[in-house]
Design a protein around this ligand. Structure first.
Ligand code: ZN
Length: 243
């Protein structure tokens, strides 16, 4: 990825350029870290990219403001008032003290109970929240996976082992010979419909290896509206790729 500096009056910033073969228009996005990323074709000149960034600086600033308001850009401190994303919904963290350590969802709140001595123990709180996410993902994914397979039992009559992993650049994959599906842990943050999309997508690979027309037609048949969900996942990734 190329990195360039942009200076416009008082404003100084960096932006990244990703060049893609066959891309027609220039596109710009601000990712979850607040970084500016421009994607364009292989041949477009740096002058044109630079002019494009300068022209859109106000938009970059407003996008970063939005991220800040959503709490996406802030570092986690595990204190009351922070927002935590789970299954496509934002929950406000409430830290309580009690006899027994516990994390649970209560209405719009994610309630973290720690022992009084750990009220300001960052490491302990982080570990409890991480474990909660991990356990919740295992439970949610297994439940959705069963529901998806059950809906199409005639097509998927076997046992299909499920693996959960944190992956950088894919939502899941299918080991066809082992009939095993792997899902990205980060799907715990997305809408459950997006999770279903990835599950169905990977299951369809048991019938169609490649992403060709037949594959997508089959997927659409099993999961109507799959195209919209795929787009939803992509825009989610752009915003939350860092978490
Ligand atoms: Zn695939």
């Amino acid at each position: 990825m190329e990195q360039h500096v942009v200076i416009a009056g008082e404003y100084k910033d960096f932006y990244y350029v990703i060049r893609r073969k066959g891309m027609k228009n220039m596109r710009m996005r601000v990712n979850g870290k607040g970084e500016v990323i421009v994607s364009c074709s292989l041949r477009i000149s740096l002058e044109r990219i630079h002019a494009f960034v300068v022209k859109n600086i106000d938009w970059v600033i407003s996008e970063r403001e939005k991220l800040k308001k959503e709490g996406v850009l802030e570092e986690r401190k595990f204190v009351t008032g922070e927002k935590y994303l789970y299954a496509g919904t934002d929950y406000m963290l409430v830290v309580l003290t009690g006899e027994k350590e516990r994390v649970n969802i209560n209405g719009n709140y994610l309630v973290l109970t720690v022992k009084a001595k750990d009220e300001n123990n960052y490491e302990r709180k982080r570990r409890l929240i991480d474990k909660w996410y991990k356990d919740s993902a295992a439970q949610l994914f297994a439940q959705r996976f069963e529901a998806c397979v059950d809906k199409h039992r005639d097509l998927f009559p076997d046992k299909y082992p499920l693996v959960i992993k944190t992956m950088k650049s894919r939502w899941g994959y299918c080991m066809i010979s082992k009939k095993t599906i792997a899902l990205n842990f980060k799907l715990v943050y997305t809408d459950v419909k997006c999770l279903d999309y990835v599950i169905m997508h990977e299951l369809c690979h048991l019938y169609y290896k490649n992403h060709d027309k037949a594959f997508y037609a089959f997927l659409e048949e099993l999961l109507p509206g799959s195209k919209v969900l795929r787009k939803q996942l992509t825009s989610f990734y752009i915003r939350y790729s860092h978490i």
